[in-house]
Design a protein around this ligand. Structure first.
Ligand SMILES: CC(C)(COP(=O)(O)OP(=O)(O)OC[C@H]1O[C@@H](n2cnc3c(N)ncnc32)[C@H](O)[C@@H]1OP(=O)(O)O)[C@@H](O)C(=O)NCCC(=O)NCCS
Length: 165
């Protein structure tokens, strides 16, 4: 079961499923994602064709969703995704990156608000590298709490409860 529509709005942001985007937008997404690859789990350079194949697969998968975020003037500003959606436990992981100058926390707050109100998700998990100071700061500021520290992997797992059922 898909838990998010292809396009939705929350606050002054519009969230658009990657599967609905043009090739030119995907080119931009791949370029941005590659500028941050030193912070990703997989640090290898992503190729456009590989990304487009992944987006094709996304059309058939309902355990994950990737969104491009646009502001109310239509600028592409952010990317946020959820994955490992488990509807028995009502949990998922998330990830995100900034594309253009914007208020990252406001975008993410609007996304979490939407998840809390319109989906069955109750907890969001975020795996963050211990040297990713901005992301750690943002998770704490959004009300995430440390769930586990993986010293060997150099990562901290953050969790936020969206609602109690
Ligand atoms: C993570 C990301 C979305 C943050 O967005 P951003 O808009 O650049 O973040 P900000 O500039 O608002 O920084 C966030 C906070 O970290 C703080 N911060 C930045 N560098 C810091 C440092 N060296 N020490 C302590 N705090 C620091 C900032 O002060 C800011 O808080 P403030 O606005 O209250 O001052 C963006 O950097 C990004 O896309 N990174 C690459 C992808 C990524 O890391 N994704 C998360 C994976 S878990």
């Amino acid at each position: 079961m898909r838990i998010l529509p292809d396009c939705f709005s929350s606050g002054c942001y519009n969230f658009q499923n990657y599967t609905t985007l043009d090739r030119s937008v995907h080119t931009m997404i791949v370029n941005m994602r590659n500028t941050y690859r030193h912070l990703a789990h997989d640090i290898s350079e992503l190729q456009l064709e590989e990304h487009l194949q992944f987006v094709e697969r996304l059309k058939k998968l309902d355990d994950r969703m990737y969104c491009l975020v646009r502001d109310n003037s239509g600028r592409d500003i952010f990317s946020v995704n959820i994955q490992d959606i488990d509807l028995d436990k009502n949990i998922c992981n998330w990830g995100f990156f900034k594309i253009e100058k914007c208020n990252s926390r406001a975008v993410l707050r609007c996304f979490l608000d939407y998840l809390a109100v319109f989906t069955p998700i109750c907890s969001v998990l975020g795996y963050v590298r211990n040297d990713n100071v901005k992301s750690i700061f943002i998770h704490k500021d959004l009300g995430f709490e440390i769930k586990e520290v993986f010293d060997e992997a150099g990562e901290t797992l953050f969790v936020k409860e969206l609602k109690n059922i």
